[in-house]
Design a protein around this ligand. Structure first.
Ligand SMILES: Nc1ncnc2c1ncn2[C@@H]1O[C@H](COP(=O)(O)OP(=O)(O)OP(=O)(O)O)[C@@H](O)[C@H]1O
Ligand SMILES: [Mg+2]
Length: 222
């Protein structure tokens, strides 16, 4: 049988705000494009028209009344739509999929950050549609303060206002960061922790090395 039906290459980029995920996923996508490697670049929350509307709701800093459970279910709803409409079909077609945030972000933010019970989050993701794991997860790790400074100095023409999460205090983001690191420690086979300090070029180099190792074992899509 063709490796197409067997080899999955679903890669998620995770980490706190400002850790460099979007910068690096775009650079990787450009590089794959140059190499002629077919791939899909997508993001959460979002990735579909319905998901993008949910993204507007969950990130809008004016939605101060949103409860943690409402937030959890909105993320899960956007993800269900994203998986069924976009991610599964791409994986089934043998494409390499790059996703800017995925399920681990829910455990990190709503679990470790907001304090929702982890078994509840796991149970939700036990739903058949949502029970998809990335094959490789990059965790961009960097001091919280440095990352938030980066996020807050972001080009305001691209991101005109702070999101609900960027307005959270430092201790919230520290819980999220340490939650991510704990998850990476629990699943060393899936996670690659990327040192996200240094220049964009330094980090790009680290991601490149890790991707080359991954594709060497999985094979690049034809
Ligand atoms: N290595 C780096 N050194 C300095 N600045 C950087 C670096 N990487 C990214 N930046 C800048 O920091 C800001 C945040 O980066 P980016 O948007 O990639 O982070 P992110 O992890 O996607 O954040 P978010 O979770 O909020 O989407 C951007 O303005 C970006 O240009
Ligand atoms: Mg981003």
């Amino acid at each position: 049988m063709s490796p197409r039906t067997h080899v999955r290459r679903f890669i998620a980029f995770e980490g706190i705000e400002g850790s460099g995920k979007t910068t690096q996923i775009q650079l990787l996508s450009n590089r794959l494009e140059d190499l002629g490697i077919d791939h899909l670049l997508t993001r959460e929350p979002g990735g579909t028209p319905i998901g993008d509307q949910i993204r507007g709701l969950v990130l809008d800093a004016r939605n101060t009344a949103m409860t943690p459970i409402c937030e959890l279910l909105l993320y899960a709803a956007a993800r269900a739509q994203h998986i069924e409409q976009v991610i599964r079909p791409a994986i089934d077609a043998g494409r390499l999929v790059l996703c800017d945030r995925f399920k681990d972000a829910t455990m990190a933010y709503q679990g470790y950050g907001r304090g929702i019970r982890h078994d509840l989050i796991d149970a939700l993701h036990g739903l058949e549609t949502l029970a998809l794991q990335p094959d490789l997860t990059f965790l961009f790790d960097i001091e919280t303060r440095v990352a938030l400074d980066r996020a807050r100095s972001r080009d305001t023409t691209k991101a005109p206002q702070l999101t609900r999460f960027e307005q959270e205090d430092l201790t919230f983001h520290e819980r999220v960061r340490s939650g991510y690191l704990e998850m990476a420690g629990q699943e060393p086979g899936r996670f690659v922790v990327i040192d996200a300090r240094g220049s964009v070029e330094d980090v790009r180099h680290r991601v490149g090395e890790a991707i080359d190792r991954f594709l060497a074992t999985r094979g690049a899509p034809e």
